[in-house]
Design a protein around this ligand. Structure first.
Ligand code: HEM
Ligand code: HEM
Length: 184
């Protein structure tokens, strides 16, 4: 069967996890940006959701990587040029790495700043802090790591979305349909 056939789709589990994590990540960016302009008491509430959602993203990413190890994705569309194949593979691998590093750096920052206080997951359950120091250099390290890796993730998202739009509207090769939650 030709891999250009849009029917060659990711599995239902991979599609659900892809979109769930994507929505949560985008929501977490918006939350972080919005919180900057809020009065202190509201900022604390929004950042509480930011941290809890970030931990959920981390846990879902572990499920996603586990799923990926046991379920091979469909072969890439066979009309892709070699540079497109290379870019797709690098982008996807970097995404998986950043989906772990960004929330871990955030958790490190929270742990260092909060002196080991756990993260409350929406008031339901506590998630343990990382065993890190709470000195200024450690706080600074995790702060910079969180900021730089989140920025890298945003750049990657831009490339990823542009690629999806190029395949959808210029190449018309059914790439988006492979990951679409709508359809069989
Ligand atoms: C932060 C948000 C997102 C993250 C972290 C993300 C991550 C990923 C990853 C890691 C893959 C590779 C899946 C694998 O082979 O294991 C993938 C595939 C894909 N993503 Fe995203 N994605 C995001 C948002 C989006 C958005 C907004 C779109 C559409 C506009 C999109 C469209 C696609 C498509 C079409 C594929 C399949 C590519 C193929 O055929 O191989 N993604 N995404
Ligand atoms: C994929 C998940 C996450 C994304 C995309 C993300 C993204 C961001 C962004 C864009 C900022 C603003 C950066 C800045 O200008 O300093 C930020 C700040 C912050 N994030 Fe996250 N974050 C995530 C997960 C987490 C987690 C899991 C925690 C803690 C448990 C966390 C804790 C923080 C804290 C404490 C700040 C404030 C930093 C400051 O004000 O200096 N984040 N995050």
């Amino acid at each position: 069967m030709s891999t250009t056939n849009p029917a060659v789709r990711y599995s239902r589990g991979a599609i659900i996890l892809h979109w769930l994590i994507a929505i949560l990540i985008i929501g977490n960016f918006v939350g972080a940006w919005v919180s900057e302009d809020l009065p202190r008491d509201q900022e604390v509430v929004v950042m509480g959701y930011h941290k809890a959602t970030g931990v959920v993203i981390l846990l879902l990413t572990l499920v996603r990587i586990g799923w990926r190890l046991f379920n091979n994705p469909p072969a890439l569309v066979d009309t892709l040029k070699s540079w497109e194949v290379a870019l797709a593979k690098v982008t996807h691998a970097l995404f998986y790495a950043l989906m772990l590093i960004v929330p871990l750096a955030g958790l490190g920052l929270h742990s260092a700043f909060g002196k080991g206080k756990p993260v409350s997951l929406f008031g339901l359950v506590d998630f343990p802090a990382l065993p890190v120091g709470s000195d200024k250099p450690t706080i600074g390290l995790f702060h910079d790591l969180h900021e730089v890796t989140a920025t890298a993730m945003l750049v990657l998202l831009g490339i990823h979305v542009l690629a999806a739009l190029k395949h959808q509207f210029l190449d018309r090769d059914g790439t988006l349909a492979r990951m679409s939650p709508f359809g069989r």
